[in-house]
Design a protein around this ligand. Structure first.
Ligand SMILES: NC(=O)C1=CN([C@@H]2O[C@H](COP(=O)(O)OP(=O)(O)OC[C@H]3O[C@@H](n4cnc5c(N)ncnc54)[C@H](O)[C@@H]3O)[C@@H](O)[C@H]2O)C=CC1
Ligand SMILES: O=C(O)[C@H]1O[C@H](OP(=O)(O)OP(=O)(O)OC[C@H]2O[C@@H](n3ccc(=O)[nH]c3=O)[C@H](O)[C@@H]2O)[C@H](O)[C@@H](O)[C@@H]1O
Length: 445
């Protein structure tokens, strides 16, 4: 099929490349000239495992091209995906300006019947708005489909190639058939393509993210309770996760969920409900538990240093909001580092992939020499009073603990991802403070 994907970010670039990889002819469009120039020079603007080789392969085979020219992309394609950002507005609602701007452009350049597929995460009713916008500019036939995306950053290609399900919202049988054909190569193991009405498809996306965020806030509350009552959340997590009705996924406690989607999508669904005069009480609690969870390590750190962080140097391992990505959008590390600096601490931060993004996110603090961005993990420990772990990158799982102990002024690790065993840390004589588990001090007694 001939496909255009408008918006070449995490979703658009991955979707476009995967569609090309199964034989489609794909034109990826973006209005960011630098991004398109980079892609045309063989450079990938984001870090996503496996993506670079896949892009190269498809570009070489001339199945995948990048352009800023939306007109020719629309003219040449049967199916046009919209995969632009839908960031939160002040009031929490999703900002649809990019989606509607693309709809306008598509309308202007239609040269025959087309299928317009919205892949961005958008509130219920957006397909109607897209339809109205396109209609203003064309007399050709078209249908608007809702096809939300469920990929995770860091595992995006695998998620796209092997989805648990594909959701397609359309009331047109012919369009449904085309979408079934398009996705058939990705569901060969029998995973379902769920055809439903447009509004249900739009809401499915928010309901999925809201459910996942709920699981995380739930386990974070249980973790905090574990600390109070002297239980170990790692045991409790396994104890509940083995029940098939609960499942082992998305119940890892931490310093709160971040990323470009859970925070904004929880806000947006709450906002949608309010517009209909309804309060989503569970999700409001999910959000407030998450905000609280982001400060949980700060309390532990302040407590350890007797509430005096002035002049303390703290090493931070992990800046991205999760491993295997360079994305720092809403990363818990950002709010923690800013709070620590406010308390008078200096930060030596390391991340395997996110340092480039950290340069502009912490530009002010780097300038004032409150934050130092360090390329190698052990170098971040030089002159530091303690180590904080914020992202569970694989390379942090089994470091040289004796070297860590030797390098730190105080042998202390605050772990926001529960990477280590407190008993083992007690044996090595490292003071270790995880989330929802007994600290190593409990095993020294
Ligand atoms: N990042 C993720 O893991 C996932 C994101 N989503 C949703 O997908 C949508 C896109 O998200 P991301 O890919 O993360 O965003 P992104 O910010 O990485 O990429 C969006 C791209 O759209 C481009 N763009 C904006 N306006 C444009 C226009 N008028 N014409 C052409 N290009 C334009 C931007 O330059 C940018 O490159 C959002 O609604 C998001 O909620 C859904 C599932 C997963
Ligand atoms: O709509 C989206 O954009 C995407 O949002 C999430 O994907 P993503 O944000 O890339 O990453 P996740 O792996 O879901 O992690 C989100 C946050 O939750 C945290 N998390 C995740 C799982 C867990 O058990 N505990 C936990 O604290 C992570 O550390 C991270 O900060 C969803 O998992 C995707 O299905 C969805 O498509």
């Amino acid at each position: 099929m001939r496909i255009a994907v408008v918006g070449t970010g995490y979703v658009g670039l991955v979707a476009g490349t995967c569609f090309a990889d199964v034989g489609n002819d794909v034109i990826c469009v973006d209005n960011d000239v630098n991004k398109i120039e980079m892609l045309n020079n063989g450079k990938i603007p984001i870090y996503e495992p496996g993506l670079e080789e896949m892009v190269k392969r498809n570009v070489t085979q001339e199945r995948l091209v990048f352009t800023t020219d939306i007109k020719s992309a629309v003219e040449k394609s049967q199916i046009i995906f919209i995969a632009v950002g839908t960031p939160p507005k002040e009031d929490g609602s999703a900002d649809l300006q990019h989606v509607l701007a693309v709809a306008r452009e598509i309308g202007k350049h239609m040269n025959g019947p087309k299928i317009i597929v919205n892949k961005s995460t958008v509130p219920v009713g957006t397909a109607d708005k897209v339809r109205d916008e396109v209609k203003k500019h064309t007399h050709y036939d078209f249908s608007v489909v809702s096809n939300p995306e469920f990929l995770k950053e860091g595992a995006a290609i695998d998620d796209f190639l092997k989805p648990d399900r594909v959701v397609v919202g359309t009331d047109n049988e012919e369009t449904a058939e085309t979408m079934r054909n398009l996705y058939a190569p990705f569901v060969r193991t029998g995973k379902p393509i769920l055809i439903m009405d447009v509004r249900s498809a739009e809401l499915t996306k928010y309901a999925a993210n809201a459910m996942l965020a709920t699981k995380i806030s739930f386990i974070n509350e249980i973790a905090n309770l574990c600390e109070k009552v002297g239980a170990d959340v790692e045991m409790v997590r396994k104890g509940i996760g083995t029940d098939r009705r609960i499942g082992p996924y998305f119940i890892f406690p931490g310093t709160g969920y971040g990323g470009s989607c859970f925070p904004k999508d929880v806000k947006a669904i709450i906002r949608t409900a309010r517009e209909y005069g309804m309060e989503l009480k569970i999700l409001e609690a999910v959000e407030s538990v998450n905000n609280r969870q982001k400060t949980i390590l700060l309390d532990k750190i302040k407590n350890y240093f007797n509430n005096d962080l002035k002049g303390k140097v703290l090493a931070v391992w992990g800046l991205s909001f999760k491993p295997n990505t360079d994305d720092m959008r809403e990363a818990p590390a950002i709010s923690l580092i800013r709070a620590l600096v406010k308390e008078g601490a200096k930060i030596r931060a390391h991340d395997p992939e996110a340092l480039k993004e950290a340069e502009w996110r912490f530009e002010d603090l780097v300038k004032t020499k409150d934050v130092f961005l360090i390329k190698k993990r052990y170098e971040a420990l030089e002159g530091a009073d303690g180590l904080i772990i914020m992202t569970e990158w694989n390379e942090f799982r089994e470091p040289d603990f004796y070297l860590i102990k030797e390098m730190l002024k105080r042998s202390v690790i605050f772990d926001g991802r529960n990477l280590y065993d407190p008993k083992r840390m007690a044996k090595i004589s490292i003071d270790y403070f995880p989330i929802g588990r007994p600290s190593s001090l409990e095993y020294k007694k």
